[in-house]
Design a protein around this ligand. Sequence first.
Ligand SMILES: [Fe+2]
Ligand SMILES: [Fe+2]
Length: 141
Amino acid sequence: MSTDQPGLKMRLGLEMRRMAAQHRRLRTLYAALCDVLGGRDDDVPLADAFSRYEEALHAHFSMEERMAFPAMHGLRPDLGPDLEALVREHGRVCDDLVALGRSIEEGGNDLMPKLEAIAAFLDRHEAREEGLVAKVEIPEA
Ligand SMILES: [Fe+2]
Ligand SMILES: [Fe+2]
């Protein structure tokens, strides 16, 4: 990797920290949604818990596609195909969320397996993301 791009490397460091923080936040929102769906939290309407999770995911995907992935690509152009695959997966998750939202509106009774399938896919997605981050040299904080 080229070492003459200190501005890009610093930006990438910031984006990577933001990405990790958002992954943690998404896990918290997922747990909250599971609590509502599983009947352990009656205080929050299911539609609200779902909207919070869906909106946070959309914001996260947008941040990655506008900021983190371009910074990673700038330092490691060879990661392009892997980053493009991650963007395609964002589209798949968004489609699955739309379908889950529709099931929630219709009062479907198989919501938890659908949510768990999305979460399992996202776990693998995030692990691959974090694996790519590890391939990019991050400057000392
Ligand atoms: Fe992602
Ligand atoms: Fe992510």
